[in-house]
Design a protein around this ligand. Structure first.
Ligand code: SF4
Length: 760
């Protein structure tokens, strides 16, 4: 067994630092890494099962090509790259670049590859980028763009210092999402001076720890949140001096809120006025309050409106830009972009067939089947899927499977034979996240932010390649980038000897000024030049040198507060050096709370509260019906986070210590109504499809609500090699059309279903 080595968990966006011991290619001992600058030794029960990701029967170890009979044959990397490149070029030549699309780009922890995929898209001209983020967060990003000036202005929560924390549609005990979630929750719960408010139709572990649990009817968040805001303005609980100093548009907002029928909305949400009023007053009068939300409202009815309303809660009460409130965080590498029209020559990008606009640089997976499965001349014909499994994880499995069959070229880059890979024309095997230099770009903390560049633990599985190499080969084969950059390579070697002279930096600035198109290829260029001077195998980390330069330009004082000295390029060199050398992760920056205001991108530096589309949606709520559907009387929460589910990263079902069937949770009252026994098999049916589930009777859900976990339904070979699915494939029940009108994010947390006994 080896000594303890630092790495990170890759199962959720927190990417906790780990210390591991390995033996014969296996992760045998795993514990929290106390040296990690953010997680500091914290981890949850899932991380100890990581070897099921590294070692399993579905690992890919050879490029594959689909044959005429539907089976796969092994081919060489050279053949795979040259055939894929020529098919991409042929399709682009015949139909234009609009026929090309890309889906994925890194899971929870492999974002270095995504950076190269992005450069590949840019150099080849692939205009459509679909991402799982666009089935979760784009409504939120759109609202951020309106309120704060850019869709990249992203909010975080200073939970650690909050007097009052409101969790809406999230169960951090299981879903994490906040720093060291379980420790943070326990700290609030045991401190009588602090308050925890939870808004959730389920009685989760987090809800059980709360001072106030508003167990609303699913899909009614917008009614509850607007009623709370209406109470605030009617009781004059808003922070007037904050609103005057930092915002515009409050009077128009107030006018609409004054019209909200508070009691009616609270009744529609299935709640009592006293509890809602108590929660509202506590939130509005606390010295500091933070609002934390997640998919429970972002994937439910009115999702974009929900994102607006939850932000109004901390804005109207003056809790932006202060200790214990909500704040913006810096991005070391931006995960998203800002999408907007820039004059007539640069209209807002839209999908070619459905005309859905881009948000934050992303297109929503809910429209992709319609973009492919059509006779429209501008349809998507070629798709690259990287580190994603939309055949299972996107809404509407049937629509996806049917659409994938219509593609002229489907290329999958992955570590495992996923359901999407099974439909591909080419499958390119990637090295695992523990076999290459890797990093997460989920560096979303404030005031202290960190970054963790991880060294590989193992040599890559034979015949696999890391994604940066795959994309660089594809970019060269398609003629999108040059093979070499001799002058810059020479400058990089000089930089290695005399880093203080700025030789490489100056040469790079000059090269990009002379050949601006190379900016699109920057990650490749840096990997090929500066990357060759980095430790063996670490070339793909070279773009972090450039990221350090940009980060220091914007956040120099905050970088210096972490203990680094120097200015400008020199400070950036030191930051990059620390990133390369601190294998447990390093601090990036330490901001001050008042710095929050420097992140706002409206020219007047203020928050623009008046968003016409949202005020219209708020007024239209009055006419929205909340009745249950007669034919589908239960509401399914599709995609609950539990103790042993992750995304689709684990394929071997043995990784789960509990809940192997991913049971459907149902309230005892409903179980009796539908004659369902605990442990029995039942059929769950929506308008779109049906699946077999196992019943688990429990009172953690409201009557009328049932829940199923995500991440199940993957097939895996048994000991005879026969593939078999395990647990519910929930997207057989969801429908691409059941989604938000602005962001097209799916309403996974509100799927009307019915249940009946399975007699088979
Ligand atoms: S909180 Fe997330 S990143 Fe941390 S150990 Fe658990 S699953 Fe892994």
């Amino acid at each position: 067994m080896t000594d303890w080595k630092p790495t990170a968990c890759i199962l959720c966006s927190r990417n906790c630092g780990l210390s591991v011991q390995t033996e014969n290619g296996r992760l045998v001992k795993i514990r929290g890494d106390k040296q990690h600058p953010i997680s500091a030794g914290y981890l949850c029960q899932k991380a100890t099962r990581l070897d099921y990701y590294q070692n399993h029967a579905d690992r890919l170890s050879q490029p594959l090509r689909k044959t005429a009979d539907g089976s796969f044959e092994a081919i060489s990397w050279d053949t795979a790259i040259s055939e894929i490149a020529s098919r991409l070029l042929a399709l682009r030549g015949t139909h234009g670049k609009r026929c090309l699309a890309y889906y994925g780009g890194g899971g929870q922890g492999n974002h270095i590859g995504a950076m190269y995929a992005s450069a590949f898209r840019s150099t080849l001209g692939i205009p459509h980028y679909y991402s799982a983020l666009a089935q979760e967060k784009t409504g939120d990003f759109w609202v951020n763009g309106q309120l704060f000036g850019r869709q990249t202005c992203h909010i975080t929560e200073d939970i650690e210092h909050s007097d009052c924390v409101m969790f809406i549609g999230t169960n951090p005990w299981q879903a994490h999402g906040i720093r060291n979630a379980r420790t943070a929750l326990k700290d609030i719960a045991k401190n009588p001076e602090r308050t925890m408010i939870v808004v959730d139709p389920r009685c989760t572990k987090t809800a059980k720890m709360a001072d106030i649990h508003l167990q609303l009817r699913p899909g009614t968040d917008a009614f509850l949140l607007s009623a709370m805001l209406a109470i605030i303005v009617r009781e004059n609980l808003q922070d007037t001096s904050f609103l005057d100093q930092h915002t515009t548009g409050f009077s128009a907002l107030r006018e609409v809120l004054m019209e909200v029928p508070v009691d009616d909305y609270i009744t529609r949400a299935g709640l009592e006025r006293d509890a809602v009023q108590a929660a509202t007053r506590r939130l509005a009068t606390a010295n500091s309050a933070a609002v934390r939300v997640d998919l429970g409202i972002q994937q439910s009815l009115n999702s974009t409106l929900n994102s607006y309303l939850e932000k109004l809660l901390f804005l109207v009460t003056g809790n932006l830009g202060k200790k214990g409130g909500n704040n913006f965080h810096s991005f070391f590498i931006p995960l998203i972009a800002h999408s907007e029209a820039r004059g007539k020559r640069h209209p807002l990008p839209k999908t070619a067939v459905t005309g859905v606009p881009e948000i934050a640089g992303l297109f929503p997976p809910n429209v992709l089947p319609a973009e492919i499965d059509t006779e429209h001349a501008a349809r998507t014909r070629a798709l690259i899927v990287d580190s994603a499994n939309p055949a299972v994880s996107a809404a509407d499995t049937q629509a996806y499977r049917q659409a994938f069959d219509k593609l002229e070229l489907l290329v999958v880059v992955d570590v495992a034979m996923s359901e999407t890979a099974q439909q591909a024309h080419y499958v390119l095997p990637a090295a695992s996240q523990f076999e290459k230099w890797e990093a997460t770009f989920f560096n979303l903390d404030f005031p202290v932010n960190g970054f963790h560049l991880r060294k590989p633990l193992f040599a890559p599985l034979a015949n696999t390649l890391p994604e940066p190499e795959i994309y660089q080969r594809l970019a060269i084969a398609t003629g999108s980038i040059p093979k070499t950059f001799p002058l810059l390579s020479a400058a990089a070697r000089l930089h290695q000897r005399w880093p203080g002279l700025g030789i490489f930096r100056n040469m790079l600035i000059m090269t990009l000024a002379l050949r601006p198109r190379l900016k699109r290829a920057l990650p490749f260029l840096l990997r090929e030049t500066l990357g060759q001077t980095l430790p063996a195998g670490a070339a793909a980390a070279a773009p972090f040198w450039g990221a350090s330069q940009l980060y220091v330009r914007r956040h120099a004082a905050a970088v210096c507060r972490t203990g680094l000295k120097g200015r400008g390029a020199q400070l950036a060199e030191r930051l990059f050096e620390r990133i390369m050398n601190d294998h447990s992760g390093t601090l990036l920056s330490e901001h001050q709370y008042e710095d929050t205001w420097s992140f706002i991108r409206h020219a007047d530096g203020k928050v623009h509260l008046q968003i016409p589309e949202m005020l219209d949606a708020l007024q239209a709520l009055r006419d929205q019906r909340c009745d249950e559907q007669k034919d589908y009387p239960l509401v399914l929460i599709a995609g609950e986070r539990r103790s042993f589910n992750a995304n689709t990263i684990f394929r071997d079902p043995l990784w789960r210590k509990g809940d192997p069937e991913g049971a459907l949770r149902i309230h005892p009252q409903d179980a009796a109504l539908y004659h369902l026994q605990d442990g029995a098999s039942a059929i769950c049916e929506s308008e779109r499809g049906s699946l077999t589930v196992q019943i688990k009777i429990c009172d953690s859900v409201r009557p009328g609500v049932v829940s199923l976990p995500h991440g199940y339904g993957l097939d895996y070979p048994d000991k005879n090699g026969k593939r078999q699915a395990h647990g519910p494939q929930i997207n057989l029940l969801t429908d691409v059309k059941h989604c938000d009108p602005i962001s097209a994010t799916p309403f996974h947390k509100y799927v009307p279903v019915k249940l009946f006994v399975n007699y088979q």
